[in-house]
Write a protein that binds this ligand. Structure first.
Ligand code: ZN
Ligand code: FE
Length: 240
């Protein structure tokens, strides 16, 4: 039994707290900062036992040291970026397994936003933590990788079960939805989701998690048919 709660921090980051009810195991995914995360855990009576990082960017690992000092938790993150994350205890790469309680999280290599970016997929819970690789209606910028790598990542995400919940690390959905509507003006699903997301943001509600079903219908990057199309979309979004 898994519960996931989001802690909104900085301007648009989500830090995810995942709690396994039977064992009490509690994992923080990508703590940008420490204090609000420690407070959110404490409010629920959860003791943080692990941190899982998806990539080295400071808005994903900035809270590692302080949370580790406060809780003695174990920090798992991408082996390929270990040189840039000095708090790592466990280095993982694609096909490795992380565990929460008795549940397995498969580690995926999803390079493109950063060269060593990883995702954590929990098949039994129907959950994937994608960091800055897949966003609701968007994808991460290509800082250290290529459009071809991002295209492969999108194919792999798209092959997950429809109902899989996608937890990304930023609230970028409204901007992504406006871009998607500009790229696919005749797509009724995108138009409907733009309206829905606008209303949710006006009410101050989070639009994450999303699902693979929603992304397949409304995410232009996941819908791109070729590497070239994804590359063109990414360049267009960078300048949107
Ligand atoms: Zn990032
Ligand atoms: Fe980020």
């Amino acid at each position: 039994m898994i519960e996931v709660v989001g802690v909104p921090v900085l301007s648009d980051n989500y830090v995810w707290l995942m709690h396994e009810v039977v064992t009490g195991d509690t994992v923080v995914i990508d703590p940008a900062v420490a204090a609000p995360v420690l407070e959110a855990a404490e409010q629920r009576g959860w003791t943080i036992s692990q941190i899982w990082n998806t990539h080295w960017h400071p808005d994903h690992v900035g809270g590692n040291a302080e949370i580790k000092a406060a809780t003695g938790c174990r920090v798992t993150g991408p082996a390929a970026e270990a040189g840039k994350i000095d708090t790592l205890d466990v280095r993982v790469k694609g096909n490795d397994i992380a565990t929460i309680g008795g549940l397995r999280a498969e580690v995926w290599d999803v390079p493109a936003h950063t060269a060593g970016h990883i995702a954590y997929h929990l098949p039994s819970a129907g959950i994937i933590f994608v960091g800055d690789t897949l966003f609701a209606m968007g994808c991460g910028r290509l800082f250290e990788g290529t459009a071809a790598q991002m295209y492969d990542n999108m194919l792999r995400f798209a092959a997950l079960d429809d109902a899989t919940k996608v937890y990304c690390a930023h609230e970028y959905t409204l901007s992504n939805a406006k871009f998607a509507a500009a790229m696919e003006p005749d797509n009724a699903d995108i138009a409907a989701r733009l309206a829905e997301v606008s209303a949710m943001r006006e009410r101050g509600e989070p639009t994450v998690p999303t699902t693979i079903r929603q992304e397949r219908a409304t995410n232009p990057f996941m819908r791109a048919g070729t590497v070239e199309e994804l590359a063109r979309l990414r360049t267009a979004k960078d300048n949107f």
